[in-house]
Design a protein around this ligand. Structure first.
Ligand code: HEC
Ligand code: HEC
Length: 374
């Protein structure tokens, strides 16, 4: 009113009347629906058979040893599903990490707030007790050091981290959740980090048909699945020499021969960080648990189906100068051998695919305590 009055008094200043501030377009979310008392996240544990696995006893010390509390993971659940953590209120972690897909994304490259595709395939998320290094090129050590990166990344959630605590403190449901989790309603980046990491640690995957099979000598497996199992574990395909132990992964990155020259193809993985040709195309040897749910496959999502993956390992491996020897003609020995040519039969290819699907979890992907609370 005052500005308008002043303007009327000054000739020709109509155009100088300031525009009203743009209305806040952030959609207002209803508060999350949470159980009281909270879910018993702190009681979730891997079965004894896992903890006794010698490989996991070795790897056990590799993962986050953060203590999970019921209120901490509850807060993490809300943060994980809340699009208010992104600059325009449209993207949450779950946009690219969907529970029904073992927390991966069904597209090769995901899109966040910018609309630009991510440069790699969104990874499935589970069993972080046993993983220390994060991302396809393993560039980050420790889950807590990972979780703020997507919030800040311009193509993912593009949030200014310096502004995040105050932004969250203004949302009515957060102060009480922070108070319950950390005894203080003040929002800090450290508490956001801890809560997200605690929730991610509760993504535990050990309930697949394969696990039941280990207990009952694979009763109920079809003839095709049994043939696939033999192929997976036999020394000819050598699948289990890299995708090994209960997690069917390796803590080491390997070169599996997708390209002759990864740098020239646009993504050298670990090689882009080290600059060493020996690392060209070295990528995280991800777990094969839930593999039937996490298509498309590889760091760039180049294979749409498991059948394409099996066809690749059968006779499509490229002659990379440092191809891992497990994929070479003679196996263990020197790296950089000519790729093996399995030339699997049609029946064997389908059998391997059928067996890989027995790694799919039956609990984690629909567990209510991991679902969207909004
Ligand atoms: C726009 C899509 C997108 C969003 C949103 C997103 N991520 Fe991711 N996430 C990815 C992609 C792509 C990768 C792999 C990136 C790479 O390796 O270069 C990844 C990798 C990860 C990893 C590494 C897993 C491993 O096995 O190494 C974790 C953990 C993770 N994301 C957690 C989160 C969390 C927590 C959030 C929310 C705060 C989040 N992500 C939001 C796309 C996304
Ligand atoms: C030398 C170690 C090694 C061997 C042997 C190996 N893999 Fe892999 N595997 C990898 C690595 C490393 C990746 C990730 C490569 C990338 O994305 O660039 C991978 C990726 C995969 C993927 C895709 C995972 C995803 O989430 O996208 C599948 C499926 C797979 N391997 C199945 C198999 C099967 C089946 C065999 C046996 C025929 C096998 N692997 C043998 C190292 C190996």
């Amino acid at each position: 009113m005052f500005i308008l009055a002043v303007c009327l008094a000054i000739a020709g200043c109509e155009r100088a009347v300031p525009e009203p501030d743009a209305p806040d377009e952030t959609p207002v979310l209803s508060p999350p629906v949470l159980p009281d008392p909270p879910f018993a996240y702190s009681a979730l544990e891997f079965p004894d058979a896992w903890l006794e696995d010698p490989a996991l006893q070795l790897f056990g010390g590799f993962g986050a040893d953060l203590e999970v509390t019921d209120a901490g993971a509850t807060l993490g659940r809300v943060l994980f599903y809340d699009p208010q953590l992104s600059i325009d209120g449209t993207v949450s972690c779950a946009t690219c990490h969907q529970q029904a897909r073992a927390f991966s994304d069904p597209v090769a490259q995901s899109t966040g707030v910018s609309g630009n595709p991510t440069h790699r395939n969104a990874m499935a998320l589970f069993n972080f007790r046993y993983q220390r290094r994060m991302f396809w090129d393993l560039n980050t050590v420790g889950l807590e050091n990972q979780v703020l990166q997507p919030i800040e990344h311009p193509d993912e959630m593009a949030m200014d981290l310096a502004a995040l605590p105050a932004h969250l403190a203004d949302i009515p449901y957060y102060p009480a959740l922070f108070e319950a989790a950390f005894g203080d309603e003040e929002v800090t980046l450290e508490s956001v980090q801890s809560a997200l990491a605690q929730f991610l640690l509760t993504f535990q995957s050990y309930s697949a048909r394969f696990d039941a099979g280990l207990e009952n000598d694979f009763a109920g497996f079809t003839a095709s699945e049994l043939l696939g199992k033999d192929l997976f574990f036999n020394g000819q395909t050598r699948c289990n020499q890299c995708h090994s132990g209960k997690n069917l992964f390796s803590t080491q990155p390997f070169i599996n021969g997708l390209e002759v020259d990864y740098a020239a193809a646009g993504d050298a993985g670990v090689g882009a960080l080290s600059g060493d040709p020996f690392d060209d195309g070295r990528f995280k040897t991800v777990s094969l648990r839930n593999i039937g749910l996490t298509a498309p496959y590889m760091h760039d999502g180049r294979f749409a189906t498991l059948r394409e993956v099996v066809d690749f390992y059968s006779d499509g491996i490229q002659p990379h100068p440092f191809l891992d020897e497990r994929l070479g003609e003679n196996g263990f020995g020197s790296p950089g051998q000519a790729p093996y040519q399995l030339n699997l039969t049609e029946v064997e290819r389908e059998a391997l695919v059928d067996f890989l699907r027995t790694f799919d979890d039956t609990v984690m992907v629909s567990a209510e305590w991991l679902s969207n609370p909004f």
